[in-house]
Design a protein around this ligand. Structure first.
Ligand code: VG1
Ligand code: CO
Length: 539
């Protein structure tokens, strides 16, 4: 039943910040998924005795790709697959299943926060036995393999039924279809004070969780409504749909606009949250109040002692370089380890495995801890609920008191999308060459204290990674420039702006950052080079 099929390489199968991500129209081409998967299997080598976890966020083409992966895994000699029922599994749940079962890795079929559907994006995230996504050295090997792959192996059998939980066999490979929610719920129960949160809801506390028609709906319904007792209807858009019902499942002020409008109306619940397509990102809101992800990381870290699983102490905390410096002040205050890494969760994995950090986060609505090796949307929501229950304070109170104690990092990200790749690359190269000459210069009232590329030297595997350019000012303000590594067409230039104040805690972030935005444009020449004077998306 095992067939070997001849194929020819695709030239564009290079993984980005988090796996391979392409337009659905590209991925449906003949042998596209097959080539990529065979390249991974070839790089792993001997698959006998190996177990992998498979699932996805339910987007368009998940059902077809998952069948290809199952039949190819069997043909390539994999011993066992653990698959989410109906092919569903969130990214954080997948990481947990890998670790819990000591599996050798896993595949989450998702383009995360990118829109889905026939005209949207599709993606594959590949994790290894750490439960986290593979390091760049391995993805480089896989990319090299995709350039020469000439045949793939597949088991020529009818599609596998993934609707029923249970055990089956295919071409000598074991398949276990599992409920992807159960283990995840148990893990959350072991971390947070479910009793305290239940009491909060019993006392009349209200919330709205927007699953954005993506994978977290079933997890959220179960945890927030069924177990913790949030009022029925608290979880909205909870049915995973192949095109996310036309939503762009990116939980931020721009794309989660139904939730944002609701939370800024007079009908707002006490608490609001959303997750992204594959459930690893989170947005936190209070009535007429938004918490930036950078502040959220700082606040969660500062309050670790309120959470049962962390109250004995935490190792340290890490953030991506682009994320605001808010958490750095918290780390200093608590005397815990502090690390700054490139953008992408995979850079946190070594720090967690070596017990250097417990918490980590990114400005892009990602927060998490060493309970798994991916960021975790529902974990962050539960963390906030647990703090609210334990402290008896609102989202806004908690955040304002945090600023009182530590000062406030005004922070925003400006994305310039659909830029010609050559123009974007040249802009970054020219900027990198120019930055060292800026040191000591003053723009308006901002004096440059240092400027250059961000280079990360991993303390565990000693790899070195360059990611983005940073301009630091004498007053602590910063500009970070990066090119996105998750898009599926053209280039996106991300400009991250930060300004710190200890005294001015109630201003409008956009106003506070106006001058720095102007300086960021002047230094980089983005308007002149791209023709764009405004960002396409501001978060
Ligand atoms: C973006 C974010 C980054 C995040 C990555 C994956 O990458 O900026 O912080 O880790 O997406 O998130 P980039 O290269 O486009 O800036 V997810 O939710 O797609 O796994
Ligand atoms: Co995601």
């Amino acid at each position: 039943m095992i067939k070997t099929v001849a194929t020819t390489p695709y030239t564009d199968q290079k993984m980005g910040t988090a796996g391979l991500r392409r337009k659905s129209k590209v991925v449906v081409q003949p042998n596209y998924v097959e080539n990529f998967m065979q390249s991974i299997f070839n790089v792993i080598g001997n698959l006998k005795g190996k177990t992998f976890v498979v699932g996805g966020d339910g987007r368009y083409y998940n059902d077809i790709a998952i069948q290809k992966i199952i039949k190819m895994a069997a043909a390539n000699g994999v011993s066992r697959l653990i698959i989410g029922q109906n092919g569903y599994m969130s990214t954080p749940a997948g990481s947990n299943i890998i670790l819990k079962n000591k599996a050798d890795g896993g595949f989450i079929l998702s383009a995360s926060h990118n829109p889905g559907g026939e005209n949207g994006d599709f993606g594959i995230k590949y994790s290894n036995e750490t439960g986290g996504q593979i390091p760049s050295a391995v993805s480089d090997k896989i990319y090299a393999q995709t350039q020469i792959v000439s045949e793939y192996k597949i088991c020529d059998v009818p599609d596998v039924d993934l609707s029923k939980i249970g055990h089956q066999e295919l071409c000598g490979m074991q398949i276990d279809v599992i409920d992807p929610v159960t283990d995840y719920v148990e893990m959350m129960r072991g971390i947070f004070d479910f009793d305290a949160i239940s009491k909060l809801f019993a006392a009349g506390f209200t919330m709205r969780f927007d699953a954005m028609n993506a994978v977290t709906g079933p997890y959220a319904k179960k945890i927030f409504e069924e177990i913790l007792g949030a009022p029925a209807g608290s979880v909205v858009n909870y049915r995973p749909l192949p095109d996310f019902g036309g939503l762009h499942p990116d939980p931020n002020m721009v794309y989660a606009k139904d939730l944002v409008n609701f939370m800024f109306s007079d009908q707002a619940t006490d608490f609001g949250a959303a997750n992204d397509g594959d459930g690893d990102r989170n947005m936190i809101l209070g009535p007429k109040f938004f918490v930036t992800p950078s502040d959220s990381l700082a606040i969660l870290t500062d309050n670790f002692s309120l959470i049962p699983a962390y109250k004995k102490g935490i190792y340290g905390v890490a953030k991506s370089a682009a994320t605001s410096t808010a958490v750095e002040r918290v780390a200093k205050e608590h005397g815990i380890g502090y690390y700054e890494v490139p953008t992408g969760w995979k850079y946190f994995v070594n720090l967690m495995d070596s017990k250097r950090i417990t918490f980590c986060g990114e400005e892009s609505f990602g927060t998490g801890s060493s309970h798994i090796r991916e960021k975790d949307g529902i974990w962050a929501v539960l963390f906030w609920l647990n703090i609210i229950a334990a402290a008896g304070k609102s989202v806004e109170q908690i955040t304002r008191e945090h600023w009182q104690k530590y000062g406030r990092s005004y922070y925003m990200r400006f994305d310039f999308e659909g830029v010609d790749t050559a123009v974007a690359d040249k802009m970054m190269a020219d900027l990198e060459a120019k930055l060292p000459t800026l040191s000591g210069k003053t723009f308006d009232n901002y004096k440059v204290s240092a400027a250059g590329a961000f280079i990360y030297n991993d303390p565990v595997d000693h790899s070195s990674t360059k990611n983005g350019l940073i301009v630091r000012f004498a007053d602590g303000s910063r500009i970070v420039y990066r090119l996105s590594g998750t898009g599926s067409s053209g280039a996106t230039i991300r400009v991250y702006l930060e300004r710190y104040s200890q005294t001015d805690l109630r201003s409008d972030p956009l106003k506070m950052l106006t001058e720095i935005f102007r300086i960021a444009m002047q230094i980089s020449e983005i308007p002149e080079r791209t023709g764009k004077h405004q960002a396409d998306v501001i978060t």
